[in-house]
Design a binder for this molecule. Sequence first.
Ligand SMILES: NC(=O)c1ccc[n+]([C@@H]2O[C@H](COP(=O)([O-])OP(=O)(O)OC[C@H]3O[C@@H](n4cnc5c(N)ncnc54)[C@H](O)[C@@H]3O)[C@@H](O)[C@H]2O)c1
Ligand SMILES: [Zn+2]
Length: 373
Amino acid sequence: MNDEPDQPGHTVIAVRGDAPYDVVVGRGVLDRLGPLVAGAARVAVVVPEALEAFAEHTEDALSAAGVEQVVTLSVPDGEEAKTLGVAEACWEALGEQGFTRSDAVVTLGGGSTTDLGGFLAAAWLRGVRVVHVPTTLLAMVDAAVGGKTGVNTAAGKNLVGAFHEPAGVLCDLGFLETLPPAELVAGLAEVVKCGFIADPEILRLVEAHDPADLRASSPVLRELVERAVRVKAEVVSADLRETAGDGSTGHPGREALNYGHTLGHAIERLEDYRLRHGEAVAIGCVFVAELARRAGSLPAEVVERHRAVLARVGLPTTYAGRTFDEVAAVMAVDKKARGRSLRFVVLDDVGRPRVLADPSDADLRAAYASLSH
Ligand SMILES: NC(=O)c1ccc[n+]([C@@H]2O[C@H](COP(=O)([O-])OP(=O)(O)OC[C@H]3O[C@@H](n4cnc5c(N)ncnc54)[C@H](O)[C@@H]3O)[C@@H](O)[C@H]2O)c1
Ligand SMILES: [Zn+2]
């Protein structure tokens, strides 16, 4: 694997590509912030107001590294931060402070902060360095890794953005101690997803441990974070720009990370984002497992394993909030926006994802109906 022997307690996972970088997982990893911003006279720390208490440590680490000026860019919490208005206010602040190409941005927060901060950095002077310090499980295993950044507009969520690889990602597990349990559980949906698409050991770990052990301080959670980061790092290293899967193996490339997301996104939208993303994705994973059983050859026991593992960590596995026709209509709009067929990532087995395009209406209906109980 990618791990390098390193400082004890820190696991270093490499993301390859034109602009390679490391994701470091452990405790006390913020000590590594200094070298990642070396040469920057000014650093902007993008942090939601709600998490400003976390910024002190980051700012100390930057000052200790000799950064002359640390500017805190305080942004709204959650999705409220992901607007062009907030981005513009941040760019104005960078201008006022005289940020140059050799200066840097640090994001400190969940995925909404890393998405906004990454986008700011991608566009300011056509691209300055960004270091992500994710503080939610979802941001550690997903949003902060892979270089996708963006904001929401009237046209839809995440339609405006840029690919901008960070200079580094520092996942300090200590942050997870204050994360509300429901947020932790939502992040576990992406972890379990990584288990199904690429790393069955993730599933075994969840099955073997008491769910109550999946807390910030537990070695199991740490191993799950590392394994999920490795899955994402491997997938994005192989397909940096989501252009295509590897034609020779039939692997869907980066699209594999969308496992459970086609239906998940539709449910999120229909429920007006009252469900957390991870909760909707969990339902979406059960759906595509049922679909693969009908439209492919996924064994029934693997479908049941989806339900069991997701439910074990506290995620929903049933949904009957809307009719199939309502859900199908939203998925059809999404398909139109993306200009291609209605695509689902399905499994032939654990760790063997492929794309299923335009499955039959009967299979879709039957898979959806199976979510009601
Ligand atoms: N770029 C990508 O590849 C990618 C991938 C997945 C998701 N995303 C984006 O990520 C966003 C969701 O990220 P999220 O789930 O991290 O949500 P979030 O950033 O909205 O954070 C969720 C909540 O947790 C709070 N919080 C964060 N860290 C905390 C901590 N350590 N202790 C206590 N509270 C804390 C935040 O203040 C917020 O209220 C979405 O906007 C999504 O589009 C991007
Ligand atoms: Zn997701």
